[in-house]
Design a protein around this ligand. Structure first.
Ligand code: SF4
Length: 97
């Protein structure tokens, strides 16, 4: 007898298959593909330049890249790996000293 898969179980299995396909691509290339979250960038008015003294490198939400000058991420921009340490958006909040 064949068991019918529910739509949610079928979708879960598809997502798992996609994840397995992605693993070798990351392992072979040695780095994760760069990505931006354009919807969040637009909503938060992100720009690649600072706003006075306010910049991503001094924001509590910033996730630094490999070096101080390389692109990193932002805790409120899911999936975006191209946040400039010199960038800025309206959600800027000072990092505690
Ligand atoms: S919240 Fe805005 S200013 Fe702060 S790190 Fe993220 S993108 Fe940069």
């Amino acid at each position: 007898m064949k068991e019918k898969l529910s739509p949610s179980r079928r979708q879960f299995l598809k997502m798992g298959s996609a994840a397995i396909v992605m693993i070798p691509a990351v392992a072979v290339s040695g780095n994760v593909m760069a990505a931006t979250n354009s919807q969040m960038r637009t909503a938060m008015k992100y720009q690649d330049k600072p706003n006075g003294e306010k910049k991503c490198a001094t924001c509590i939400q910033f996730v630094p890249g490999k070096t101080a000058s390389s692109a990193g991420g932002c805790k409120i921009f899911p999936g975006d790996t191209e946040i400039s340490p010199h960038g800025y958006c309206v959600a800027w909040a000072a990092k505690p000293k």
